[in-house]
Design a protein around this ligand. Sequence first.
Ligand code: PEP
Length: 250
Amino acid sequence: MRKNVIAANWKMNKVLSEANQFADAVVDKVPADDNVEAIVCAPFPFLPALVEKTKGSPIKIGAQNMHFEENGAFTGEVSPVMLRDLGVTHVVIGHSERRAYFAETDETVNKKTHAAFNHVLTPIICVGETLEQREANETKDHIENQVRKALEGLTDEQTASVIIAYEPIWAIGTGKTASSEDANEVCTHIRSVLKEITSEDVAEKVIIQYGGSVKPANVDELLAQSDIDGALVGGASLEAESFFKLVEAG
Ligand code: PEP
């Protein structure tokens, strides 16, 4: 039985005082629950404070990106060693905004995924199709390609513990949600690809989230689907009350 993982992706929002207020508002509300995990993926400058404030609570703190190298001449970058040292547990890799605006490729996604495991961070790997790809009936091939490339070279044990976020690009921040059936169809396809790459046993363990305009009003229907095990949430994760409702739904 897989748990539901609700991950907030704050993107480039908030200032430190607002991040602290959010943590204060949710930290005592989110109970330890084997069936749901709550993660807050925040901008780098807030990570130390959030890790500190959520110590002893079941809330996990994630980054939204990182470099794949451990250190070196990469001005402006943040390494997996730095994240792990802070107490960060998760890292979003290959978000469509990073693929579109910051030249993230399937190759760098794969390198970052390996780097995450080398430093005991759980990768939340994002995949998703554009509207043009969906309309051209290319969704499944595109997603399969992204999943296969992201996971290349991982052991079965590592594959079993990745989190994959299926995020149709046309549904991110647009208010348009994929219907729960359409979202589930792609998530089921991802799981069948995982079965081919590894085994049924491993594929059944992998958490597959849906992301794209998820909010308290539509989360129940999405989570009721057979292959959707949580959500990666942007806009609706910024307010503590709304994030808490999403976690409660999990
Ligand atoms: C996201 O940032 O990954 C996302 C899905 O955003 P939103 O929930 O705002 O569509």
